[in-house]
Design a protein around this ligand. Structure first.
Ligand code: 6AU
Length: 358
């Protein structure tokens, strides 16, 4: 049967990519195929959002260059803190960097420079316009990085012991201060994070059974989530959601070819439809340009674009087309109650997946 008819549990066992396998397992456990696009402007907003929406998502997508006060410190900076929140709630980080330059430049942008994306972001993506060499170069950089990490672990030269991010009202270092006029951080005041123990995913990590409260769920998740494998993955931007984009069918096919050449590194695509076209293709498809009509409206109503070229489809339509994960930004972030809205998107996208595999 076609991959889009297989369950995520099944795909976790058949994929050859360790990070995809971990992600598929997370999806099955959290009953979530939702990625939050955390397009906000400050570190506090980003971390608060990650912490409050974390239970509903399996991937959190960043644009680190939108953050005005990104802290580049490798152990105490924004990326490192986000990675700890990701670890605690069980989601992967995806820096939507859309690399698009010659191989040598993208390698340096990926591993060096200010943000050192490869250190804190499990997944990133590439705009293949410069040609397949950009993908080859990123794959090579990821292999080198992994070898270095393994050496560090073996010889115990890595600095610092990972600890849980504490988001508490009285602490000094790690306090996440409130986002002005936002309802995101409030329920967090005065509650302390505990250090998590590394156990297996399934031991404590139960799926969300709506309508369980966010708080109950969070307490459980705190207990233990298996650490993501020490691997990195790439998504190829093969189709775009924006009106009049130049990615034609031939271009998209070249993206699929490149993915097949790098199955140990390329997890799949950012696309508008499933690009698993031939028997043996088992890629992950993640899809942006997703919004739901307001709750009180007709659920099948047409959704307007954003007036800046973005076009939207509902989770039901996107998942029905064989895509695996919906990427939602403003639909959640701008909602009156983002935590509740994230759950609504999670539920809708998950129901569409269940219907698809039924
Ligand atoms: O839900 P939105 O419209 O608020 O945000 C959509 C997010 C933005 C875009 O930079 C990104 O998804 N995006 C991408 C990605 C993920 O690569 C590709 C694309 O074709 N369309 C798109 O919107 O952060």
């Amino acid at each position: 049967n076609h991959v889009s008819e297989q369950s995520f549990e099944e795909r976790a066992t058949t994929t050859s990519h360790p990070l995809s396998s971990y992600l598929f397992r997370l999806m099955a456990l959290k009953k979530s195929n939702l990625c939050l696009s955390a397009d906000v402007s400050t570190t506090n907003q980003l971390l608060s959002l990650a912490d409050s929406i974390g239970p509903s998502i399996v991937v959190l997508k960043t644009h680190y260059d939108l953050i005005s006060n990104w802290d580049y410190n490798p152990t105490t900076g924004t990326g490192a803190r986000l990675a700890r929140i990701a670890r605690r709630h069980g989601f992967l980080i995806f820096e939507d960097r859309k690399f698009g330059d010659i191989g040598n430049t993208v390698q340096m942008q990926y591993t060096e420079g200010t943000a050192k994306i490869i250190e804190w972001s499990h997944i990133t993506n590439v705009n293949m316009i410069p040609g397949k060499a950009a993908v080859d170069a990123l794959a090579e950089a990821a292999i080198r990085w992994r070898e270095r990490k393994q050496y560090e672990v073996k010889t115990d030269i890595s600095v610092g012991t990972p600890r849980a991010e504490s988001i508490d009202s009285d602490g000094e270092d790690d306090t996440v201060t409130p986002i002005p006029e936002s309802n995101l951080e409030i329920e967090r005041a005065g509650r302390k994070a505990s250090i998590v123990s590394i156990t297996t995913v399934s031991q404590h990590f139960e799926p969300v059974n709506s309508p369980r409260s966010h708080e109950d769920y969070e307490e459980e998740v705190f207990e233990g989530i298996e650490e993501a494998p020490m691997d990195r993955g790439l998504l190829i931007l093969a189709q775009m959601s924006s009106k009049g984009n130049f990615m034609n069918a031939e271009y998209t096919s070249a993206c699929v070819e490149s993915a097949r050449e790098h199955q140990g590194y390329v997890m799949g695509f950012i696309a508008q439809e499933s690009l698993n076209r031939e028997p043996g293709d088992a890629f992950l498809n993640m899809t942006p340009g997703c919004q739901l009509p307001p709750e009180q409206d007709d659920e099948d109503a047409e959704i307007q674009g954003d007036g800046k070229g973005q076009q939207y489809n509902t989770p039901a339509k996107i998942i029905g087309l064989g895509n695996d994960i919906v990427i939602v930004g403003r639909g959640i972030i701008f909602a009156a109650d983002p935590v509740r809205e994230a759950e609504r998107y999670r539920r809708k996208a998950w129901e569409a997946y269940e219907e698809r595999i039924a």
